[in-house]
Ligand binder design. Structure first.
Ligand SMILES: [Zn+2]
Length: 74
């Protein structure tokens, strides 16, 4: 099961949840304040699996031409 990252819009913390893909966008309660005012964050993991063209195996990201991504945000 993939891990999804959520952000609470009330207390602004991020938390991870292990959920099946069909539950990924279902409402989830904040583990800190129990609010359901939360939103799914696009995690690095999700970005990789959705755009696997980009990442390769630890090589350069699409924003750089060298094999060193140390100056990139990604
Ligand atoms: Zn919260």
């Amino acid at each position: 099961m993939p891990i999804y990252e959520y952000v609470c819009l009330e207390c602004n913390i991020k938390f991870d949840a292990l959920r099946s893909m069909s539950d990924a966008d279902a409402p989830i309660h904040c583990e800190n304040c129990d609010s359901d005012h939360t939103s799914r964050a696009i995690s690095l993991f999700a970005a990789h699996s959705e755009g696997r063209v980009v990442a390769g195996a630890g090589s350069a990201c699409s924003a750089c031409t060298s094999s060193n991504c140390s100056s990139c945000e990604i």
